[in-house]
Structure formats: C-alpha cells, structure tokens
Write a protein that binds this ligand. Structure first.
Ligand code: CMP
Length: 137
C-alpha cells in the first residue's frame, strides 16, 4: 500500500545543520524522496498548514517559530509511510521521545519550546494530500 506524506524539517533542524541526517534516516528506512525544497514559508502557508490549531494558545508562537528561518519540505513515498514516518520521528516532545527516533536522538526541547521538535509528518492520508497541496501546489 504505497502512500505519500508531507515531511518538514523545521527551522531548528535546518539551523542546526541536521537536514542531511534527517533525510538520510528517511532514506535508510527505505522511503523515497519524490519532491524536495528549501523554502521560507509565508504566514499564509503556515496558517493553512496549521489550520486545525488556530485558536490554541501555542498557535501564534508556533507560526512565529516556523517563520524564524527556512524549512525543508519533502514529499516522501513508501509502503505505510504515514505511520512509519511518525514512528521514526518519535513523540512530540523531544525530551521524552524514545531513543532511536529523530526527536529522541537529536532533540531535547520541551514545555513552551516543544515546537522545536525538528520535524513534521502528516497524520493521515487526507492530511497528507491537503498538506502536499499547500506546500507543493
Ligand atoms: P506537530 O504535531 O507536527 O504539529 C503541531 C505542532 O504544534 C507540534 O508538532 C508542535 O511542534 C507544536 N505543539 C504542539 N503542542 C504544543 C504546545 N503545547 N505548545 C507549543 N507547541 C506545541
């Protein structure tokens, strides 16, 4: 059941020079990069991307963080890639994310800095198609 998902390397990952390591982990697991770009996201794109979080207390800090530097956006393909990438990424909070995951191995932020969790991955096939449309048109 080949799927595709939208992966973002967030500004903390790009700024720390972890893009290569993160993409290498995705490829090493057996997934394929089918589209890839470095982009300075606009507020409009981010408000669409995070539409489900509008009104939450962390929404504006999250958008500000995502505007703070370039992001790497990728379309990643593979068998059950949506679920598989989210497991590879690890839990939302890097401090407590399991070792062996991207967030658990490479991050340590928590609390109000939890938006610095290195990566985003779509959470369902519907989200993936919606998010790929937002980032890649
Ligand atoms: P993600 O699950 O990819 O998409 C929503 C993001 O919001 C999440 O990653 C975190 O980066 C961020 N986030 C979620 N919960 C909080 C929170 N309580 N405070 C700040 N940021 C959050």
């Amino acid at each position: 059941m080949s799927q595709r998902t939208l992966v973002l390397v967030k500004p903390d990952g790009v700024q720390r020079g972890l893009t290569g390591q993160i993409l290498a982990r995705i490829e090493a697991k057996g997934y394929t990069l089918s589209q890839l770009k470095l982009v300075n996201a606009s507020r409009e794109v981010l408000e669409q991307h995070y539409a489900e979080h509008q009104g939450k207390p962390f929404f504006e800090p999250l958008v500000q963080f995502m505007l703070s530097g370039p992001v790497v956006a990728a379309v990643v393909e593979g068998d059950r890639v949506i679920e598989g990438f989210r497991i590879l990424a690890g839990a939302t909070e890097p401090t407590t994310a399991a070792p062996g995951t991207i967030r658990g191995d490479l991050g340590r932020d928590w609390g109000e800095k939890v938006q610095k969790n290195l990566v985003h991955g779509s959470d369902s096939p519907e989200s993936a198609e919606r998010e790929i449309g937002i980032w890649f048109g």
